[in-house]
Design a protein around this ligand. Structure first.
Ligand code: SAM
Length: 294
């Protein structure tokens, strides 16, 4: 882990800045700003940035993560929906710091990651203390753009992060866990108490790393079918996997589904949360519309 460089205005106190400017945090934009310098330091250290890295920051806010990241990297693209915060952050930057940042004022869910990848001709790293109300759609965007991304250091609501990292037979294990862990190696890094933010949110958070250079070692034959099977299996958690799949895979008969489960050595009475990622991948290559099961 790298030691954070001290000095400059890197570690800021958002509350003071906001009060001085008479600006109120906007709940709708999930504006809970990082306040605790020790936490900021830990996140940057865990990220282990390199001087050649191109980083996209999601929701730069007042720069709590932006400014301390800059000394370690080549260039940072900050995307922020609140134009006022971009203006406030720009005022805090030195000329040298400004040269290292491209600001994009807009919605991260519409960001063209490929364009940034093409501009710098390298895979991008991502960092962000995410506005929690966009966690799921943002994750979908990450997965769609995975070919352009090296890894992402992201802060999520604690419960959401638990779902992302959950293993089989765990009550948090679901379609989100299987699909995310299929595309990236996910490692929990730091649990962060709600006191680290201003204003203080109602829940704790978790920073985790999603490494898209290390996807699940086994590949599905047909990823669309894999998604469909996983989502169908988890659509009724209290039902057996056979019953859930019968409901979710409307074009397939109960007999075909039972035969495919048998072929994969999966007891049809098991529940979706007991199946491993390997088993879902295997099942998705056997149970395919238009494919006969020998
Ligand atoms: N990075 C800052 C920090 O740690 O203090 C701010 C984090 S705050 C939880 C989330 C930030 O994302 C806010 O600045 C908010 O305005 C911005 N934001 C919210 N929705 C967004 C979206 N759809 N696209 C881009 N930025 C967004």
């Amino acid at each position: 882990m790298a030691q954070i460089k001290k000095g400059g205005q890197g570690l800021i106190v958002s509350k003071t800045l906001l009060r001085k400017s008479g600006v109120r945090p906007r709940k709708r934009l999930g504006q809970n700003f990082l306040e605790d310098p020790a936490v900021i330091e830990k996140i940057i250290a865990h990220a282990g940035f390199d001087k050649n890295d191109v980083v996209i920051e999601i929701g730069s806010g007042l720069g709590a993560l932006t400014i301390p990241t800059l000394p370690y990297i080549y260039h940072l693209v900050a995307i922020e929906k609140d134009l006022l915060l971009i203006t406030m952050l720009k005022e805090r930057l030195s000329l040298k710091e400004k040269e290292k940042i491209t600001f994009i004022s807009g919605d991260v869910l519409k960001l063209d990651v490929k364009e940034i990848y093409d501009r710098f001709n390298q895979k991008i790293r991502i960092i962000g203390n995410l506005p929690y109300n966009i966690s799921s759609p943002f994750l979908e965007r990450l997965i769609i753009n995975r070919d352009y991304i090296k890894n992402a250091i992201l802060m999520f609501q604690y419960e959401f992060a638990q779902r992302l990292t959950a293993k089989p037979k765990n009550k948090e294990y679901g379609a989100l866990s299987v699909i995310s862990q299929y595309y990236a190696k996910i490692s929990p890094l730091i649990k962060i108490k709600r006191d680290a933010f201003y204003p203080k949110p109602k829940v704790d958070s978790m920073v985790l790393e999603m490494d898209f250079t290390k996807p699940y070692p086994l590949q599905a034959e047909n990823e669309v079918n894999f998604h469909k099977i996983v989502r169908s299996a988890f659509s009724c958690r209290r039902k057996t996997v056979l019953n859930s799949l019968e409901r979710g895979m409307a074009s397939l008969s109960r007999e075909i589904i039972a035969k495919a489960l048998g072929k994969c050595l999966i007891d049809p009475k098991r529940r979706a949360e007991t199946l491993t990622i390997d088993e879902y991948i295997h099942l998705s290559s056997v149970l395919m519309p238009d494919k006969t099961i020998p």
